[in-house]
Design a protein around this ligand. Structure first.
Ligand code: NCD
Ligand code: ZN
Length: 348
């Protein structure tokens, strides 16, 4: 197969930031995807429907005037805090401002200082979301500093998700950017209620790659890449055709100087070649015919949204990942696998 045509995909996990960074990264996502779930972890987090409506306006204003970006829909999420009001959330969802709410355990990852400190305080919020069918998106890592960083996801399942799914059996949950076989097994066992996004970089990396011949800050993200056995479980899950797994890049741009630093921050930027990266993996697994389900069908069905009307074409042709993406404030972003070549090209 040298050419594939699939329904236009959606990206169910994107960090667009704001200001100059938003202008720099948005075109890449909007050219490839019809809709994207926009993560709310700005420096001032998107915690209310009013803030989300404002952020959505900024995103739409920043959209380039290009045919390929026409009709791009940013799907907004609410950043849950200890103070989140069940009313604001449900109202925001009913009004069409929020598509979902995002649960960051406090200090689990980039810009999560305002996250939730005690999930038990949010019962009323979850009950309301369950009633109206609003999905809960979870950053599934415990923050207990005593827990080894490579075990934080598995222990989150044990300590938090297992009881959450029992307590709210109708609450739709997306376990974001899963990185372990434990998560794959958990999602499969709860697939009437739980789904998962899988990033391109977690399909392509295991923890050895972070330290191969030296330390690679551009391969560092949270949750951190795990052992090969987990990477292989993710590759199997993504390409299995199971509807509980779908595309979410977790593309997370940071200025180069924040990544290449004595304490480099977490986040991998894959937006530029997102669909081509996934296609490469599906090709390597000999499962290209499963790409459309993962990229374009399963997510919208879990979210209860319609399918996109148009299609995209990928051809077996070399494409070079750019070495650097400039930002108008003078900084730059280094894409994942910068300067390397991929074997599939998206036709624009
Ligand atoms: C994300 C970011 O930079 O906002 N970083 C990351 O490593 N994935 C936050 C997140 O999704 O955890
Ligand atoms: Zn993320």
């Amino acid at each position: 197969m040298d050419e594939i045509i699939i329904r236009r995909p959606d990206d169910w996990h994107v960090h667009l930031r704001d200001g100059a960074m938003l202008d720099a990264v948005l075109p890449f996502t909007a050219r490839q995807f019809s809709r994207a779930i926009i993560m709310p972890n700005l420096a001032v987090p998107v915690t209310t429907a009013a803030l989300a409506a404002d952020y959505r306006r900024k995103i739409l204003q920043a959209l380039p005037d290009e045919k390929t970006c026409e009709g791009f829909v940013p799907l907004m999420t609410c950043y849950l805090t200890d103070e989140t009001s069940a009313n604001d959330i449900s109202q925001g969802y009913t009004d069409g401002v929020f598509a979902a709410a995002k649960l960051y355990p406090a200090n689990a990852t980039t810009n999560s200082a305002h996250g939730v400190t005690d999930i038990n305080e949010l019962d009323a919020v979850f009950e309301g979301m369950q009633d109206i069918g609003m999905p809960l998106l979870v950053h599934g890592e415990v923050t207990d500093p005593k827990v080894d960083i490579f075990d934080r996801e598995a222990i989150y399942i044990e300590r938090v998700l297992t009881s959450l799914t029992k307590k709210f059996p109708k609450l739709k949950i997306v376990m974001e950017h899963v990185t372990t076989k434990d998560a794959v097994d958990f999602v499969r066992a709860h697939q009437n209620q739980v789904a998962a996004t899988i990033t391109a970089h977690h399909l392509m990396l295991n923890r050895n790659d972070i330290f191969q011949g030296g330390i690679h800050p551009h391969r560092y993200c949270l949750p951190i890449a795990k052992r090969e056995v987990h990477q292989l479980a993710l590759r199997e899950a993504a390409t299995s055709g199971d509807t509980c797994f779908f595309l979410g890049t977790d593309t997370a741009p940071h200025p180069l100087s924040d990544k290449e630093a004595s304490c480099g921050c977490a986040g991998i930027f894959t937006a530029v070649n997102a669909l081509e990266l996934y296609t490469q993996v599906f090709d390597e697994e000999n499962e290209l015919e499963k790409l459309e389900g993962f990229a374009s069908l399963h997510g919208s069905s879990f979210y209860g949204m319609g399918l996109n009307d148009d299609h995209v074409t990928l051809v077996r042709e070399n494409v070079r990942i750019p070495g650097s993406i400039p930002v108008s404030d003078g900084s730059s972003i280094r894409p994942f696998r910068a300067g390397q070549t991929l074997g599939w090209k998206l036709k624009y």
